[in-house]
Design a protein around this ligand. Structure first.
Ligand SMILES: [Zn+2]
Length: 105
């Protein structure tokens, strides 16, 4: 996955194209993410003890991770995330880095 929880991303496709939001959840096995305020699904619910009046509940739906682009926290530009391999004392680490300003995050 090129994104993780709490990343700020921009939506690349669909009705929400251009919207920015924070990632609330990732499903790595499904390659899907839930982005705050994006792709609301309306769910009609029956009255329950929790929700006494029932009605329509809005909830964000998961979207494909390839439809979002990470916004670099350093230069706040949507960017393709490069991978930097840093080998230190024999350790291998994959870091994400901004393709524009090379900031590692
Ligand atoms: Zn950057």
């Amino acid at each position: 996955m090129h994104v993780k929880k709490d990343d700020t991303v921009v939506i690349l496709t669909g009705n929400d194209r251009g919207k920015r939001g924070r990632i609330l959840k990732v499903y790595p096995d499904k390659n899907r993410v839930v982005v705050e305020g994006v792709r609301f699904m309306k769910r009609h619910t029956k009255p329950s003890p929790k929700n006494q009046s029932g009605g329509i509940v809005k909830k964000e739906a998961a979207i494909n991770a390839s439809n979002v682009m990470v916004i670099c926290p350093s230069c706040s530009t949507p960017t393709r995330v490069g991978r930097k391999k840093i080998t230190e004392e024999g350790r291998k680490n994959t870091m994400r880095s901004c393709a524009k300003c090379s900031e590692v995050f």
